[in-house]
Design a binder for this molecule. Sequence first.
Ligand code: ZN
Length: 387
Amino acid sequence: MASIRDDEIPSATGIPSGVRPARTEGLEVPTIEVSEELLKALPKADLHCHLDGSLRLRTILELAQKQKVKLPTDDEEGLAKALHMGEVCKSLDDYLVAFDITLSVLQTAESLYRAAHELAVDASSENVRYLEVRYSPALHQQKGLKMTTVIDSVLEGLRTAKRETGIKYGVIVCGIRHINPQSSVRLAELSVAYKNRGVIGFDLAGAEVNFPAKDHKDAFQLILKNNVNCTAHAGEAFGPESIAQAIHYLGAHRIGHGTRLREDGDLLNYVNDHRIPLEVCLSSNLQTGAVQGLATHPLKFYFDYGLRVTINTDNRLITDTTLTKELWLAYTELGLSLEDLTTIIVSGFKSAFLPFREKQDMLKQVNQEIAEVLESFQRRLSVARPA
Ligand SMILES: [Zn+2]
């Protein structure tokens, strides 16, 4: 078993560093027919997944009935439509409207527990081994829940899923751009209190246009001073200046989306030189209009250039997706190879907000498991098609 090294070190395939990203170290990626079944079988990490955008459709209806919450409709088909499920929206702001519906049923401890539990179980069922769940506790107080109750309920749901499935998880607390900077500071204080107690990072989410990242720098100063990891949505609905602010004002360790980073070569090189991971969410970018079509998505360019990219779901329900589906799109629509995809999968684990040694252990297991999955699919294929 090869030891885990960083991207900078030449890979087993002998590609010199600095030319292309090192491949999945120590792994011989055989030529296998890529299928959704294969991508599902591979171990994966989802680093960008919103709790309030990733419920089961049925659960919203059941919770609404139980809590006597009025939804725009009371059947699955109508609800899917009201949520713009999987449909291209006019803008990010238009897309965000769907969250008013999901949030309307996520105002009790019980519903938060259930949503978190089901999300982690669903992710685990497609072999997501490590899940970072993000949400903003401030959006779950419409009925007077305490922020601490919100956090505890979600953590309890995730803990139960871990006991049942073995999935590892961490919570990222989101400050919201379009609320106010003081609210972000309160959420940052909460994150600091829950550091090493389930919360592994802080994020800035919400409407990007007209709500600059730098307004929230006090919250991020508190986060950084307390050595908490952070990321920020940037370059999704606004240009590269937004990414520059996330890095230089907020100190973001990762960038959510970064879709418009390609517009600024200098910043692109800075992100590359500092190995700042990008949390790419393909279908979501299409849905919010961050890209006009997947064929024009910059993911392949970023990857070929050497940036550390990861592939994530964003919102499993509202975007009607899974991590398997996102990888499949990268393969079918963007032309990434199986070797590229395994490298990106490993980058997901490498970019996790986890302590270094814990991450090393996880990477060893993941590399081994990827090799086993590839071998078993190759064996199956050679049985199906004897030479
Ligand atoms: Zn997001």
